[in-house]
Design a protein around this ligand. Structure first.
Ligand code: BGC
Length: 373
């Protein structure tokens, strides 16, 4: 799942490839065409007009998931489909049951934002056996052949942007180095957490090695810094422990790598409670509270991944299947899920700081236009 710089450049330059999701024996997409329970491999029929589309979302661990629910319901309905959009609020078992039920209800496509990307093999294999197409949405599905495409923002690039922003913020706000920093990663069951972390560490590790950055706690492995369930309270607790254990007296904490906004705000609470000055801290998701904080000069950066674009790309792929066309793909290398390289369509994330927030959010219905802050 690693991406090299040449890989990034190649990605930008690559023309849109395409994934054949319907067989060359194309079938009319009339209302009469339904999934068959006997098809050996999925995606052999072009999906019918008015088809049921199952969208299995994880828990509401950040605002992007909440927004996706409404966008899928509205967008799929407007495109003439019957959406079933559900959150796996109580965890993996609930999400597994929801996917099974979607298959039983004849869903022609299953879109899945996995809670735990490694625990859906059985359900997605059943989906494929029923003839459904499986699209991993935002989070990769691991260790199964039963996934046709992955549609997401470029996760590794998110991490690269976060690592770069942390260095830039330190130089802007904390004078000359060396700098004391801490690292936070996402939940280990989310397939995105490692590419986020590795992308960031591709930028930060050389600066740790040359002494520009000191991780005062010494906690630098993914396992040491992961945040179970992406829960704010877990990040805050770990930061409390790190601060009381390693930052006594007037030891400053200059910077924190945070993988998203929810965890950034939690870490800032811990820092404030420890009586330390605000560190340069990164984030992701452009959550309303964090954007306010950035405009006010507290949180340093976030990432803009416009959920409207991600949902629109996913719905466009489903419409393509209905038209017996191919799911648009622009990456066929990066997302090895353990048993196959999943053809992907990756959107470009944007870094946001106080300097460009007004410009980036100008057309966002929730965030823009920003008032001067
Ligand atoms: C998403 C992030 C989000 C996190 C927690 C990840 O899989 O890509 O945008 O912050 O989940 O909800």
């Amino acid at each position: 799942m690693r991406k090299t710089l040449p890989g990034l450049i190649a990605l930008a330059a690559v023309s849109t490839l395409a994934l054949t999701a319907c067989s060359s024996d194309r079938t009319d997409n009339t209302a009469g065409a339904t999934n068959t329970n006997t098809a050996a491999a999925g995606s052999e029929l072009c999906i019918p007009v008015g088809a049921t589309i199952g969208v299995a979302l994880p828990q509401k661990t950040s605002e992007n998931w909440v927004l996706a629910e409404q966008l899928f319901n509205d967008g799929l309905t407007a495109a003439g489909f019957e959406p079933i959009v559900q959150f796996g609020n109580s965890g993996v078992t609930e999400q597994q049951n929801q996917i099974e039920a979607m298959v039983e209800q004849g869903a022609a496509v299953i879109v899945v934002g996995a809670i735990d990307g490694s625990q859906l093999g059985t359900q997605l294999e059943a989906a494929k056996a029923s003839g459904a197409t499986v699209i991993a949405y935002d989070r990769l599905v691991k260790n199964t052949e039963a996934v046709d495409a992955y549609i997401a923002f470029d996760n590794y690039q998110v991490g690269v942007l976060q690592g770069t922003a942390l260095l830039q913020g330190l130089a802007e706000r904390k004078g000359d180095g060396p700098y004391n920093i801490e690292l936070i990663a996402g939940s280990s069951d989310d397939a995105n957490s490692i590419p986020f972390f590795e992308g960031a560490m591709s930028i930060l590790q050389p600066k740790i090695d040359d002494g520009t950055l000191t991780v005062v706690s010494g906690q630098t492995t993914f396992e040491q810094v992961a945040t179970q369930g992406w829960k704010a309270e877990n990040a805050q607790k770990r930061m409390d422990t790190v601060l009381s254990g390693f930052y006594s007296g007037d030891t400053a904490i200059d910077g924190i790598l945070s993988p998203n906004d929810t965890l950034a705000r939690a870490a800032l609470v811990a820092v404030a409670q420890a009586g330390k000055d605000t560190p340069v801290i990164t984030g992701q998701d452009s959550e309303v509270e964090s954007v306010k904080s950035i405009v006010a000069g507290e949180q340093y950066s976030t990432i803009y991944k416009d959920t409207r674009d991600l949902v629109a790309q996913t719905i466009a792929s489903i419409v393509a299947l209905q038209n017996c066309d191919e799911i648009p793909i622009n990456d066929t290398e990066q997302y090895n899920n353990g048993v196959k390289v999943v053809p992907a369509y990756l959107l470009e994330p944007k870094i946001v700081t106080q300097a460009n927030a007004a410009e980036v959010y100008a057309n966002d219905p929730t965030l823009g236009p920003l008032t001067a802050g």
